[in-house]
Design a protein around this ligand. Sequence first.
Ligand SMILES: NC(=O)c1ccc[n+]([C@@H]2O[C@H](COP(=O)([O-])OP(=O)(O)OC[C@H]3O[C@@H](n4cnc5c(N)ncnc54)[C@H](OP(=O)(O)O)[C@@H]3O)[C@@H](O)[C@H]2O)c1
Length: 298
Amino acid sequence: MVNPRIVAIFGATGTQGSAVIDGLLQDGTFSVRAITRNPEGSAAKALQDRGVEVVKGDLEEPASLIPALEGSECVYAVTLPYFNKTSEYEMGKNVVDASKAVGVKFFVWSSLPSASKLSKGKYTQVHHFDQKAAVDGYLATSGVPFATVQTGYYLENAWRLKNLIKTESGYEMRVAVFPPNVPQVFTWVAKDLGPAVTALMTQYNTRPEDIMSQNFVVATARISYQQLADTYSKGLGVPVKLVSLPTTGRQPVDDMLKMESEFGIFNEVQTFPDPKLVKLGVRLEPFENFTEVVKTRL
Ligand SMILES: NC(=O)c1ccc[n+]([C@@H]2O[C@H](COP(=O)([O-])OP(=O)(O)OC[C@H]3O[C@@H](n4cnc5c(N)ncnc54)[C@H](OP(=O)(O)O)[C@@H]3O)[C@@H](O)[C@H]2O)c1
């Protein structure tokens, strides 16, 4: 029998959405509906093979979102910066409006803090932070019950952005802009985002005081890149040489890294995992264990 409790997931074929789907499928409380622009693609077919309903929807096309969300109890939404014609704020607004129109009961928005605010006006071009934060404000006045999650710098960027390269003697960790000994906040998306979002969705109606309108930072560690390189080196048994680069080649990303290193990020969370997630029973994977993934992936 089909489970009538449906969670609709945006970014289902991407890093965040896949992690959320893994968490929800493992838990089993909900049926999962993946929303994609390309339901005929191989990523969508792979989801169907796992029992996920696949529905066409495009965050840039508001009219596509109502039928895509119809009947869903919860929504997980993440937007992609810079690659669409529409701004992240507009896309976020589109999905909030559609969620309201179909009566979604709980909306989880993948957000980031405002870089302009965090840097006290020094960095105003980090649009992928500021626009997500602006959607938080829109959500707060929308009447849609919601929580936000924020992720740190992905450990998965090791291969996504080729931050970690295998060499003849070991590995090279390429770190652009960010000073090697300043703490950064890291997230193991594939391991940790699923359990965190699943905890919010399975408990939003029983523990609203701990969840509604709250922000949850899903991150496993606040450590420097040098500490991360040393951890990999220890686990892999080979040298991991840190190489500093002057730029990522993309100004908003350079500004983001400067902003994070100068002002800190997620400063409201003293220790990771975020105690608010721990209170909901979420257990995150120690970042040291990511070394095992590096061994097999790279
Ligand atoms: N990289 C990091 O370290 C980091 C850290 C914190 C936050 N973030 C944030 O994470 C977000 C990216 O998430 P991700 O890593 O999961 O991305 P990803 O792996 O690149 O996947 C992007 C997803 O977005 C979907 N998508 C793109 N445009 C869409 C549209 N117009 N309508 C509907 N779906 C659309 C794609 O779905 P289809 O192609 O199937 O339609 C795909 O599933 C960014 O906003 C970034 O700022 C990244």
